[in-house]
Design a protein around this ligand. Sequence first.
Ligand SMILES: [Zn+2]
Length: 279
Amino acid sequence: MEIVTRRLSEALPGQPIESVMTPGINVLKTFDPPLSALEGATIADVRRRGKLLLLEASTESHGPLTLLMHLMSAGRLQLQPKRGSLRDKTSRVLIRLPDDHELRLREFGTKQAAWIKLLTLDGLEAEESLKTLGPEAWPDPPELGETLASPRPLHSLLRDQQVIAGIGRTWVDEILHAAQLSPFKRGDDLSEDELAALREAMVSELGRVIDVYEEQVQLPLPEKFPKPTRVHAHQGEPCPRCETVLEAVFYEDYVMTYCPHCQTEGRVLKDRRLSRLLK
Ligand SMILES: [Zn+2]
């Protein structure tokens, strides 16, 4: 979301909104104020918090309003010349802009999971999805001792947005590999040195990814983003640090990759699917 926010905040502020439509069923989770309140509004700012995008607009009828958007895992925003058709099965939200341009939220998956809310200032302050977010993982995460003080394993803690905001599951593998920590180490079982290494890995790995995006991602925002991974989903390939073959644990809808030499003291972790069957 960071690079999407950057690109949109370069292009959108000052632009008037002609109309907002929601071809996606149930994508809009609020009803007051109505979306029509945005017609004729001027976009003031585009911000990010965790994985949420906040498009702020000033309106004549309702004062400042925020369109809060969560793209979920398969959603994409694109700023492009008008495409005409609303019948495109992937379209969820369509914001018409001047000069025949549009900002379109599309979703590439079988589920309709992405959502938006239109909020007043009071509504924004009370919004649960924002209030419950943990501190930002980038660019300046907090000292992690308190944040991670939980018996849960790191691979689950780090992608829990309420614990720390902004890390997707792909980057958890990269961060834990960079910090040389086991994905199954408990959050409350980290030494000062390990906490410091983890914090440093968070900043450097997320920074590395954003640098790649900064160079490669331009308007009108691509459907597919580059994935500059070195570890995640690279199981069977040599570790980029020590050349040990990377191992993986397979879950129902994702894979967790790690280096047995760098992260788990040589242990190959049980594949959860198997260990559950054998219990
Ligand atoms: Zn290694």
